[in-house]
Design a protein around this ligand. Structure first.
Ligand SMILES: [Zn+2]
Length: 129
């Protein structure tokens, strides 16, 4: 649980926020405490996600599963545009929307992190490799 790959909130990841151990599939659906079902999540993502497993893609209006940090590729689903996250797929868009990843405080945190050199990426490119 210490690598970036374990972090559900890699898209938000900043050194400024604490992380919680999150059950990707909430216990109320199925009890699975194995590492394959655990990820680090910031308190905001954890609160907005709650026990949900899916949400609606705001573009297509269709129900889709959330981004799963254990099985999905970050760069396939998200792109950083300045300090905002762009969902590239239905799963990415639904995750950005439900988890409110582009709320003003989160964009401000990303701006601080980018300006401090915490994110090494090209502007308007996909996430760091
Ligand atoms: Zn988060």
């Amino acid at each position: 649980m210490t690598t970036e790959e374990d972090t559900e909130c890699k898209e938000l990841a900043t050194p400024f926020v604490p992380f919680h151990v999150e059950h990707i599939t909430a216990k109320q659906h199925y009890v699975d405490d194995t590492l394959s079902n655990l990820a680090l999540a910031c308190d905001r993502c954890n609160a907005f996600k709650g026990p949900n497993l899916a949400s609606v893609d705001p573009t297509a209006g269709e129900m889709v599963n959330f981004f799963n940090p254990r099985y999905d590729e970050l760069n396939e689903h998200f792109q950083l545009v300045d300090a905002a996250l762009l969902g590239l797929t239905p799963k990415g868009r639904a995750s950005v929307h439900l988890l409110q990843m582009n709320s003003r405080p989160r964009i401000q945190l990303r701006e601080e992190w980018i300006s401090s050199g915490g994110i090494s990426l090209r502007r308007n490119s996909r996430f760091y490799a």
